[in-house]
Design a protein around this ligand. Structure first.
Ligand code: ATR
Length: 286
């Protein structure tokens, strides 16, 4: 636990979202602050979605040094920041904001966190890979951007709302012009059209899409394929049993959660931590 007292010099970090009360982030970051003897504190700010337009102002006015953003603010803050990394632009979403001399910088560590966890867990090498991404929101775009950054050759988005997936593909195509993009509906027909070449499926849809995801048949994939469900909080991810029955490798989203958090901690403090250090704090907190 914290060894140094909170004073007027203590730097304030936090999570901004709605809801946030279930979050492990305060436990993770405060444990790491104590471990590195950093005079800082990390709080969870539950901000009503009606106040989205005021989040950047709140960070500036309160002098927060860094925040993690979660639903529903990751996309809505984009235009309010002073700078964005390429990863944040490609994702169309920001999950980390830092403040230095009054300037707010937006980052997205989800894509890099995803590819690091995939490598750590023995998933496929992104180089030349065809990946099928379920969903087309900020998380889906971040995962696609991380894979493309490591040389993925083709991305197929399967999404309920086709124009949203087309927009995601167009945004990524401008950064990765040599990759191939395809957009299809999130249905068994859409899925079966792309299973021959794909070696990785990543479920980036949110909880309510579970029934649609359960309607896809992992047995259509080649047996050397991997399936990742980034919804780390789900006890029974929709395709898990079918993947294991078909002999595919199944990964939950905890590795991505840990690695994106490790990258955020480094942006906040300059201290490098590994995904497994975060994971061990997470296991202690849950
Ligand atoms: P995140 O920021 O986590 O990416 P998001 O932007 O809300 O969250 O994206 C949620 C994804 O889940 C979207 O791809 C969404 O599909 P639409 O673009 O059609 O909205 C998908 N999703 C959510 N609920 C769904 C449902 N009931 N059926 C199918 N897809 C769903």
């Amino acid at each position: 636990m914290r060894g140094t007292p909170i004073t007027g010099h203590t730097q304030v970090f936090g999570l901004v979202g709605h809801p946030v009360r279930h979050s492990f982030s305060p436990a993770i970051y405060n444990t790491l602050f104590a471990r590195f003897e950093i005079d800082a504190v990390y709080l969870a700010f539950d901000v009503h979605p009606d106040q989205a337009d005021r989040v950047s102002e709140m960070i500036r006015v309160m002098g927060l040094v860094g925040v993690n953003l979660t639903v529903p603010f990751k996309e809505r803050i984009l235009d309010e920041l002073d700078g964005l990394t390429a990863a944040a632009r490609e994702a169309g979403a920001v999950n980390v904001v830092t403040q230095l001399d009054g300037a707010l910088m937006g980052y997205n560590t989800d894509g890099e966190g995803f590819v690091r966890s995939l490598a750590e867990e023995g998933g496929p090498d992104p180089g030349g890979l065809h990946a099928v991404i379920l969903g087309a929101g900020g998380a889906a775009r971040a995962v696609a951007s991380g894979l493309l950054d490591r040389g993925a050759a083709a991305i197929t988005f399967l999404n309920r709302t086709i124009p949203r997936a087309e927009k995601a593909a167009a945004a990524l195509e401008s950064s990765f012009p040599s990759a191939t993009f395809d957009v299809r509906p999130l249905t068994s027909d859409g899925f079966s059209a792309v299973t021959r070449d794909a070696r990785l499926v990543v479920n980036c849809t949110s909880g309510p899409a579970a029934d649609a995801v359960a309607g896809l048949d992992p047995a259509l994939l080649s047996v050397d394929s991997s399936w990742v469900d980034i919804n780390y909080w789900m006890e029974e991810p929709p395709a898990k049993e079918a993947c294991l029955a078909a002999g595919l490798r199944f990964h939950d989203g905890l590795g991505m959660l840990a690695h994106q958090g490790a990258l955020a901690f480094e942006l906040f403090t300059g201290y490098p931590v590994t995904g497994s250090e975060i994971r061990s704090v997470l296991e202690g907190a849950s």
